[in-house]
Design a protein around this ligand. Sequence first.
Ligand SMILES: Cc1cc2nc3c(=O)[nH]c(=O)nc-3n(C[C@H](O)[C@H](O)[C@H](O)COP(=O)(O)OP(=O)(O)OC[C@H]3O[C@@H](n4cnc5c(N)ncnc54)[C@H](O)[C@@H]3O)c2cc1C
Length: 104
Amino acid sequence: VLLGDALHTAHFSIGSGTKLAMEDSIALAEKLAFRARRARGARRVRARAQARHRRVSAGRHESRLWFENARDYVRLPPARLAYSLMTRSNRVTHESLRRATPSS
Ligand SMILES: Cc1cc2nc3c(=O)[nH]c(=O)nc-3n(C[C@H](O)[C@H](O)[C@H](O)COP(=O)(O)OP(=O)(O)OC[C@H]3O[C@@H](n4cnc5c(N)ncnc54)[C@H](O)[C@@H]3O)c2cc1C
């Protein structure tokens, strides 16, 4: 990266070379800070996406097993079948269902 006199010279008679060099430095510092913030932002977005993916895929094995054995579950009475389907992967639990429908 070139800054100051290495990048451009102002005739000393106008007395602005130092100011221009300082402004170049400030612009460079701002650019570097912006890139660092953007990189941190991108890392945060990636981490959130990975956490979401982990949450969603946590119960995939149990869910697949439930559907593979659906033949056994369809014999259940409708309410128990619905309960079994909803809680198949442990992402929805008895407790979370109770909280969502407190009157039941
Ligand atoms: C006579 C004169 C009067 C001036 N009056 C004014 C004024 O009144 N107001 C004003 O704003 N500007 C003035 N200027 C201009 C001002 O001095 C420069 O524009 C300003 O210093 C540029 O800053 P810089 O950091 O880019 O370069 P510099 O201040 O020149 O800094 C470059 C540094 O790098 C070092 N260096 C060079 N090669 C190497 C190397 N290979 N390895 C390691 N280090 C190296 C040098 O020793 C130097 O310390 C004047 C210039 C002159 C010549």
